[in-house]
Design a protein around this ligand. Structure first.
Ligand SMILES: [Ca+2]
Ligand SMILES: [Ca+2]
Length: 294
């Protein structure tokens, strides 16, 4: 066992290979099959390299097992299976570095929180990666295309995702009204009413995972990305919609940029990692895109 510190602070040390927390389930998004383009007035670049993305939003239990704390506003007995929220961008980067070390990967974030894209550890997705994971479907129309919502459809109903007054069994339990990660999987919850989930009311969900099998890209909580809003500030772009939003944002719409110390019970995150960042031309492209991104 070897104790490793991410960047010299005792609070950011972990034992390499200690497997802090369990394995984070991932879905693989292959590179090189998407054209990118302009959507809603924003340019999304093609992603020429493959990356892994957490199948679910990072849960409160996954965060606790690494960090030893429950920072989220949702504090009911079933909190472990709900998405972690009220974590700042710096908090997510800290978690990602520690989880990387525990899993035997290279930490991505350096001393000033600058991501080193040559490392193979966990990090937040860039906006281009997030958009591809949420929208791209190489089978759409036979030749591939982009969907409006993160579950592979261009319209939504209350059975598809968690938003304000969407009727799920967590509407009446008080704020924040998150649903468990992976909740929209086609299940019938609390059949006949009076079950153990949320307020016990019966609720049927549509299968919400998309082509890659990823959940909750639309709805439940908004999500941090690894992309700065502008090179001159520490605001990071936030995508997706939350339990408190009326309806769902399209995959290309952004909430805006938030300071890296901002923490909200409406913001959580998916994690990504590039298993082999040093191979091919992926690394150079990624670095360039991250630098020139507005
Ligand atoms: Ca809801
Ligand atoms: Ca989401």
């Amino acid at each position: 066992m070897k104790k490793i510190c991410a960047f010299g602070l005792s609070a950011l040390c972990a034992v390499s290979g200690s497997a802090l927390g369990g394995t984070i389930p991932t879905s693989f998004v292959p590179g090189g099959d998407d054209p990118g383009g302009v959507f809603g007035g924003r340019t999304y670049e093609a992603v020429p390299y493959g990356f892994s993305i957490s199948t679910n939003l990072v849960s409160q239990l996954e965060f606790f097992e690494v960090m030893g704390t429950y920072p989220s506003a949702y504090s009911r007995p079933d909190r472990d299976v709900h998405p972690v929220e009220r974590v700042s961008w710096i908090g997510t980067a800290t978690f990602a570095n520690l989880k990387s070390i525990a899993d035997g990967f290279e930490p991505v974030y350096g001393a000033d929180w600058t991501p080193d894209y040559s490392k193979n550890g966990w990090r937040l997705p860039t906006v281009d990666e997030w958009f591809k994971a949420a929208a791209w479907d190489p089978t759409r129309g036979g030749t591939g295309g982009y969907w409006t919502y993160g579950f592979g459809r261009d319209s939504f109903s209350p059975a598809d995702a968690n938003y304000w007054a969407s009727g799920d069994p967590f509407e009446t339990t008080g704020n924040p009204r998150t649903t468990p990660v992976g909740f929209y999987d086609g299940s019938l919850y609390n059949p006949g009413g009076g079950g153990p989930t949320g307020d016990g009311s019966e609720f049927i969900t549509n299968p919400n995972s998309n082509y890659y099998g990823i959940h909750d890209l639309s709805g439940n909580v908004r999500e941090w990305t690894n992309t700065r809003e502008a090179p001159t500030n520490n605001n990071y772009v936030v995508h997706s919609s939350a339990w408190g939003d009326v309806g769902l944002r399209a995959n290309w719409e952004r909430v805006g940029g938030f300071d890296w110390n901002h923490a909200s019970d409406s913001i959580g995150f998916h994690l990504v990692r590039v298993p082999e960042p040093a191979t091919g031309l992926a690394l150079g492209l990624l670095g360039l895109l991250a630098l020139r991104r507005r």
